[in-house]
Design a protein around this ligand. Structure first.
Ligand code: AMP
Length: 205
């Protein structure tokens, strides 16, 4: 029987969490629970997200609980963007046993560089970067051929706010998993492929 993986992926905005989670779900055949994505459809979350602030705990935790109640998570899962604060990490422990926490480390300057050119497709969610990963046709999605958009929270103030929260809150979550002995630290300032290799190697998959 395959070992059960209940993984959380931590890291600042634009650290490549989403990209690496895609590799992991394919390799391990597990569902991806992207809390940002779950929240993006919710009216109650809109205002917080636009400002780069955290959506209130009670709301996020309830959404997470409902998601973990679905049968596809029984053999494991990969969380992207949760937990972001210590209380959420503790709450998650009441619902399930996390087996690995992957922390993708990227400097503030690199986050700013990456976010300032980020564009996403409003239809399929594909993510591009005008300099590092440009679309073939100026600002059109390669697949959907429709105009790419800037995420509402990828503004100067949104970026600064998210970095602030990351340093004040999410680094505590990193410590939390370190104390539990399940933390894996990854250098996020390598090529996408090298980050993937480092993660797979350290997870022994
Ligand atoms: P992401 O797509 O992971 O960058 O998340 C985008 C936004 O969703 C964040 O800036 C928050 O406003 C909200 N969000 C995502 N995950 C959480 C969480 N665990 N707790 C509170 N808010 C969250």
């Amino acid at each position: 029987m395959q070992k059960k993986y209940k993984i959380v992926v931590l890291g600042p905005a634009a650290s490549g969490k989403g990209t690496q989670v895609e590799f992991l779900i394919e390799k391990l055949n597990l569902p991806n629970i992207s809390v940002g994505q779950l929240l993006r459809d919710k009216k109650e979350a809109e205002e917080y997200m636009r400002k780069g602030e955290l959506v209130p705990n009670a709301f996020v935790n309830e959404l997470v609980k409902q998601r973990l109640n679905q049968p596809d998570t029984q053999n494991g899962f990969i969380f992207d963007g949760f937990p972001r604060i210590r209380i959420q990490a503790k709450y998650l422990d009441t619902l399930t046993d996390v087996t690995n926490a992957i922390h993708i480390k990227v400097s503030d300057q690199e986050v700013k560089n990456r976010l300032s050119g980020r564009r996403t497709c409003p239809k399929c969610g594909n993510v591009y970067h005008l300099k590092f990963n440009p679309p073939k046709n100026n600002e059109l999605c390669d697949d959907c051929k429709i105009k790419l958009e800037i995420r509402d929270d990828d503004t100067e103030t949104g970026i600064i706010k998210r970095l602030e929260i990351y340093h004040e809150e999410t680094e505590e979550v990193v410590e939390y998993y370190k104390e539990k002995g399940i933390l894996i630290e990854i250098n996020g300032e390598q090529s996408i492929e090298d980050v993937r290799k480092e993660i797979f190697r350290k997870l022994k998959i």
